[in-house]
Design a protein around this ligand. Structure first.
Ligand SMILES: Nc1ncnc2c1ncn2[C@@H]1O[C@H](COP(=O)(O)OP(=O)(O)OP(=O)(O)O)[C@@H](O)[C@H]1O
Ligand SMILES: [Mg+2]
Length: 385
């Protein structure tokens, strides 16, 4: 068992200073791959370092396997940490770098040798064991750093942006390997990254932090499809979700969202009830992802909501940039309702400077309270946290 529980954990580096981490509560189950994301300075590394015992917890409790661990020494916690700037010993060869943490624990030489070769085999660096770090590429050094954590046979790995120094191709390769290692070891991984793809693909749970607090902690698909608030909605997804300010209007039987350029978007039935009841005449923020904008006649979208007339989901803008991504095309548009981006098939018509009408799939839109920025339809405690 290796469950980790944080209860209202806070960190204040100096008295009178702002809290770097505030009231962070989180349960990390055995074998989970938990990803911390958030803007620079939001407290990701601080949280990881408190779990590792490298930083004192100012207030709150850290529990591991049912025992309160706030004051347990780092080396007694049974975890291994890998940092962004892979701290290797330059004067030692790869073998000794991998073996070092075991040698200082006075482990049997044969067992050390077995573990070094096992880790090196897993990471494909057996042929480098006699080389010194100085002669290795960035990706190879990174593998050694991960290897020196692997040899320790711990149940919990803490990784702070371990792949951030690698180029895109190596990152993708290491990402697949990390997923494989996680699967093989069944260990708990707690991982900080700025990379959206790493977060979405590796994580069993994503923790989105902002200014020292957790905004949302949930499965990747839940975070993507049911963001708790506007911050999470805008932070996860690349390019970012489009946001439009608007006002809910109920002129007759149907509800509409009036955008700032006067465009009236009909609200589909599955969303209309609550908006009519609580937000009629009030301002909300509409959120829609670039992939949920389409040209006329896109398949799907209608029917399920009992909504037939998609002509009321139209928005016009001027194309200000066009990006060919290979398998699809990004259009960036400007309108009086706000700027927006659309991810469309490569064959989409429209050049920079031209006007373009696109359809918003309103069945996939999000609605945020203009004041609190909370997702109006978010249901708290959906499943886990
Ligand atoms: N040793 C320290 N002493 C004082 N303040 C610190 C210390 N380390 C971090 N901080 C502050 O705590 C806050 C959180 O920092 P932290 O390093 O945890 O952020 P982060 O989310 O890891 O950011 P990044 O993405 O840039 O690595 C920041 O405001 C930072 O300036
Ligand atoms: Mg950091």
């Amino acid at each position: 068992m290796s469950e980790i529980v944080l209860k209202n954990v806070c960190k204040q580096y100096e008295k009178g200073q702002q809290y770097a981490v505030q009231d962070v509560s989180l349960r990390i189950g055995e074998g989970e791959f938990v990803i911390f994301v958030g803007p620079s300075g939001c407290g990701k590394s601080t949280t990881l370092r408190m779990i590792a015992g490298l930083e004192e917890i100012s207030r709150g409790e850290l529990w591991m396997d049912g025992a309160l661990c706030n004051y347990v020494e780092p080396k007694e916690r049974g975890l291994a940490m890998v940092f962004q700037n892979y701290a290797l010993y330059p004067h030692m060869n790869v073998y000794d770098n991998l073996a070092f943490s075991l040698q200082i624990r006075k482990m049997d030489k044969k067992e050390i040798d077995r573990r070094v070769h096992e880790a090196a085999g897993m990471l494909g660096i057996e042929h480098l064991l006699r080389q010194r770090p100085g002669s290795l590429s960035g990706g190879q050094k990174q593998r050694v750093a991960i290897g020196s954590a692997l040899v320790r046979n711990v149940k919990v790995f803490l990784l702070d942006e371990p792949l951030s120094n690698l180029d895109a191709k190596l990152r993708a390769q290491m990402r697949v390997e990390l997923a494989e290692i996680h699967r093989k070891l069944g260990a708990t991984m707690i991982y900080v990254t700025h990379d959206q793809t790493e977060a979405m693909t590796l994580g069993t749970k994503i923790v989105v932090m902002d200014q020292g607090r957790i905004r949302q902690a949930d499965r990747p698909a839940e975070i993507y499809n049911h963001p708790a608030d506007r911050f999470v909605a805008g932070f996860i997804g690349s390019p970012s979700m489009n946001f439009f300010k608007g006002t809910i209007r109920v002129p007759g039987r149907a509800a509409f969202l009036e955008l700032e350029d006067g465009t009236m978007l009909e609200v589909p039935e599955n969303r209309a009830g609550l908006l009519e009841e609580k937000y009629a005449g009030q301002r909300v923020v509409l959120g829609i992802r670039p992939e949920d904008l389409h040209e006329a006649g896109w398949p799907g979208g209608s029917g399920k909501t009992g909504h037939a007339d998609r002509s009321s989901w139209k928005l016009e803008g001027e194309i200000v940039a066009r990006e060919m991504l290979g398998s699809e095309c990004m259009l960036y548009l400007e309108s009086d309702a706000g700027d927006f981006a659309a991810r469309l098939p490569v064959a989409v018509r429209g050049a920079v400077g031209e006007k373009k009408q696109l359809y918003l799939d309103m069945t996939r839109a999000h609605y945020f309270d203009a004041q609190t920025e909370k997702n109006i339809f978010y249901r708290e405690g959906r499943d886990l946290v």
